[in-house]
Design a protein around this ligand. Structure first.
Ligand code: ADP
Ligand code: MG
Length: 280
């Protein structure tokens, strides 16, 4: 039986990679569900206009439903938009709606345009009781203003890497963007975690990708890899995480192990972030 201990303070984690289809949403949803299943209090903020994380967690996100779009544009607070996932009482979701795609342009001229999510999240979490243990922000596949808002609102980046031929292509650009955000907006931001997804044990390529990521980012990549499974890809069509849909399957087990690894790194990661804060 897995042992999870609560981190000493909230861990704020944006799940980002400008490539689409690498497993950002699947990772966000299933790590969040794994933590919630093991008694941790979790919030997922869906920053992708596609709303896939909202769907997979069973959140309502139709037209007229208060969403992160209203939050970003200051019409609603997070407290007004947040919903609880039907499968896990400790898992809350701020849903996204398709009109969020207009937000990048609509807020482009605002002086505080990079801090809209951070401001709303700070306001919400200072009153949230009990405090959240993990807050995940699921990012769209871009490096635009919504992603910058995510990077400014968190202290950690989690980068999912799909075990395929072009896996590391584009990673340099992502790391560059993170560097710019650190330089200009959020100096404490830490790339704390990488996770290899859609791993196929039968192929040499999967192992090569994992070895390569481990060589370049030895202390960042998790030892757990997420296998490619049919259940993982089916779960969203039942408006469920795979953790709820197929709790005994390899998908749920792997995400549970990844969550445990992330949990065990809490004190080290929080110490590093605090040291960065002190150094400013
Ligand atoms: P992103 O959010 O980066 O665009 P998704 O998490 O939506 O990526 O994943 C892209 C597609 O791949 C989705 O259809 C998802 O269900 C599927 N998928 C993700 N991870 C796995 C996996 N480990 N096994 C099988 N299918 C997966
Ligand atoms: Mg996604």
């Amino acid at each position: 039986q897995a042992r999870f201990t609560r981190p000493s303070s909230t861990r704020y984690i944006a799940v980002a990679n400008q490539k689409g289809g690498v497993g950002k949403t699947t990772t966000t949803v299933n790590l969040a569900a794994s933590f919630a299943k093991h008694g941790q209090r979790v919030l997922v903020v869906d920053m992708d206009p596609q709303g896939n994380a909202s769907t997979a967690l069973g959140a309502q996100h139709g037209n007229g439903e208060p969403s992160v779009y209203d939050v970003i544009e200051g019409r609603k607070t997070i407290a007004e938009a947040v919903q609880t996932c039907p499968d896990f009482e400790k898992l809350d979701v701020v849903p996204a709606s398709i009109n969020l795609s207009g937000a990048e342009l609509e807020v482009a001229d605002m002086p505080n345009r990079t801090d809209l999510l951070k401001t709303a999240l700070d306001e919400y979490t200072k009153n949230a009781k009990p405090r959240y243990d993990y807050i995940f922000v699921d990012c769209p596949p871009s490096l635009g203003l919504l992603v910058i808002n995510a990077m400014c609102a968190v202290t950690e980046m989690l980068i999912p890497i799909q075990a395929e031929y072009y896996a590391l292509e584009g990673l340099g650009q992502l790391i560059n963007t993170i560097g710019l955000v650190q330089e200009h907006y959020n100096p404490v931001l830490l790339v704390s975690t990488m996770l290899v997804t859609m791993y196929d044990r039968r192929t040499l390529l999967s192992k090569e990708v994992f070895d390569q990521v481990r060589e370049h980012y030895p202390n960042i990549v998790l030892n757990t890899v997420i296998p490619r499974t049919v259940k993982i890809s089916e779960a969203p069509s039942f408006a469920q995480s795979v953790v709820a849909y197929d709790p005994r399957g390899m998908g749920a087990i792997s995400y549970g192990e990844a969550a445990l690894e992330i949990s065990r790194r809490s004190s080290q990661v929080l110490k590093t972030i605090e040291a960065r804060r002190q150094g400013l």
